[in-house]
Design a protein around this ligand. Sequence first.
Ligand code: C5P
Length: 218
Amino acid sequence: TSGKALAGRHVLVTSGPTHEPIDPVRMIANRSSGRQGHALAAAAARAGAKVTLISGPVSIQDPAGVQIVRVETAREMLDAVEKHLPADIAIFAAAVADWRVADAKDAKIKKGQKGPPELSLVENPDILATIAGRKKERPKLVVGFAAETQDVVENARAKLQRKGCDLIVANDVSPATGIMGGGCNSVHIVSKQGVESWPSLAKEDVAARLVTLFAGMM
Ligand code: C5P
């Protein structure tokens, strides 16, 4: 073996947004760029891991040295994650849409006399909570992200509990921070043991540091 920190490990990463169809030409989407998740996948590969990156639709480059599985919807993302277990570490960096349209139409919805259509929404599966709650093939380390605009650490602690994961990487995505879609990130690592706050770093540097932290927990 190479002596690299994650040699022989399988790391699974979700990244990017999900797209939830309304009809064949319209969708619900969000502004996630996939940069942090893709940077994590690349950093894990550099650390010697076998990496499966399950990505929603993004416009950034594929990271080197990882297997990419492309999906669109939250349900496709969950299926892909389950299909690619077992993994030693699972990192859920995707911005999964919380809701999808209950009955997406097979044909384009026409603008009609009756005014705008009513869209009824249903909740998507929570991929992180589903995997963290598994009895069989639960990855040894399950990591979630929390994008918050207020009470960042408090909300992350609650999320850690609610979702049953081992770590939450929390960040403030208020528009003024420029984090969403930007190049830098300042994160708080929240675990049962406590909180560690890192300075603002390039997303690539956050990724490298996170991978070192995760490797130390194996
Ligand atoms: O609850 P919230 O969406 O803020 O939680 C964020 C974390 O949960 C992220 O790690 C995200 O990837 C994950 N998540 C998920 N499936 C969902 C919603 C969130 O995996 N449906």
